[in-house]
Design a protein around this ligand. Sequence first.
Ligand code: FES
Length: 158
Amino acid sequence: MFKLSKDGLEKIKKELTRYETRRSAILPALYIAQSENDGWISPDVVMHLSEVMEIPISHISEVLTFYTMYNKKPVGKHHIQVCTNVACCMAGSREIVKHLCTTLNIHEDELSADKKFTVTRVECLGSCNTGPVVQINHDDYIENMSIEKMDKLLKELQ
Ligand code: FES
């Protein structure tokens, strides 16, 4: 059963005081909870947030299903998110996704057997002129990605 850490709980309580309505704190709360639950939001995370935030489960679930930055199933330690929007596709991002899946022997959105990797296609990462752009977990962005650069990165992440 998921439970927030003391620090996570404090952060969420602080978020609840920042907005006029409690519902506005759902986005940051999900982000905090996801980082404390191995990168994904399970049903018991939603239940726990509902209790501590005093917000109905249905309201939290609505937000969770709308936004793609929350993972609804387990992801690898290294969640490799490849932008496959138009500009990045033109620069070869689809080939990078294919190469990753072949090299790691997984399908898209699947957890690798060693639980280290998940490969996901995502929408525009906001740097269209430096594509292909790849995001690893929450805050690591790599621009001008190539198959060679990806292979080097995979070796570092193994
Ligand atoms: S299209 Fe890939 S970053 Fe915008």
